[in-house]
Design a protein around this ligand. Structure first.
Ligand code: NAP
Length: 260
């Protein structure tokens, strides 16, 4: 049932899924969509609709923004590892009584032939690395390199969108690149740099999955950092389509005051 006034959906972004969701929502004349980006990436791929960049100033700042901008629903479509923002979203949504959804692409699943080591943190990954080999292909992003900074005996190929800042590993080559990555490209990278081990977060999705296939083919072990859990009580959509259904249900069928 269409509503007279556009409903305002705030998408906490920084992921492909957030951009796809914004693309889906802007097509609906009854929806005003704003995507929020943290501002970490120098030249982000911008979604359609309104975009704001930079932190809100904690949960209270986010709650203020939601009130001031008349947001009717909040979708936390941040990266599965952006746990501070996800926690802030829960606190702010509860404060202003706005329904909250988490949009999370499913995690990766190991296949036959994979040699995965599941760890709970970057620190745990760093602890394990010296037992797995000397040459490391590190794809966990430029933030958090400090966890590997003391591993002087190891050599790192660090792939990130923007250049990492210190503290970083001493023996390191940086490859500035942004997914999606092709299987052919990942095979070539492994052939050229001969890493003994790959380190990744369990980011999920297709864009960066070919490295896992290439590692399996090359019989390289992969250290996979597990995701933090989605905050308790928050409903989860696995795809942008599911998130659109939730928005429609919350804002059209149940009305903007609906929560949960
Ligand atoms: P985080 O640790 O959970 O958040 C740190 C702070 O950054 C938050 O408290 C918030 O500042 C601000 N922030 C984060 N996401 C924001 C957003 N979408 N809009 C406005 N402010 C945001 O986040 P992070 O891990 O640094 O990730 C930052 C951004 O990069 C996220 O948007 C995430 O989707 C994207 N990203 C992260 C990863 C990853 O591995 N962590 C990978 C790819 C993309 P205030 O408290 O001041 O509001």
């Amino acid at each position: 049932m269409p509503v007279a006034v556009p409903v305002h959906v705030l998408v906490l972004g920084g992921t492909t899924e957030a951009r796809l969701l914004a693309e889906r929502l802007v097509g609906d004349p009854h929806v005003r969509v704003t995507t929020s980006l943290a501002g970490r990436v120098a030249t982000p791929r911008l979604p359609p609709g309104e975009v704001r960049v930079g932190g809100f100033g904690g949960p209270d700042g986010l709650a203020d923004w939601i009130r001031a901008q008349g947001v009717d629903a909040l979708v936390d479509a941040t990266h599965p590892f952006a746990s501070t923002m996800s926690r802030n979203a829960v606190l702010a949504a509860a404060q202003v009584h706005v329904p909250l959804l988490a949009l999370r692409r499913p995690g990766w699943v190991a296949q036959d032939g994979d040699r995965w080591h599941s760890v709970g943190s970057l620190a745990e990954a760093a602890h394990l690395l010296p037992t797995l080999g000397e040459r490391v292909f590190l794809t966990t992003g430029r933030m958090g390199l400090a966890a590997f900074a003391d591993l002087d005996a190891l050599w790192f190929l660090v792939r990130s969108v923007d250049a990492p800042e210190p503290p970083c590993p001493r023996r390191m080559e940086v490859l500035l690149d942004r997914g999606p990555f092709s299987l052919q490209g990942e095979r070539e990278l492994i052939r050229r740099h001969r890493p003994a081990v790959l380190v990744t977060k369990d980011s999920g999705g297709d864009a960066t999955a070919p490295k896992l296939t290439a590692a399996r083919e090359a019989r390289i072990p992969v250290v996979v950092v597990r995701r933090p859990p989605v905050p308790e009580g928050v409903p989860v959509a696995a795809t942008p389509d599911e998130a659109v259904e939730w928005v429609v249900r919350k804002l059209y069928a149940e009305g903007p005051a609906a929560s949960g």
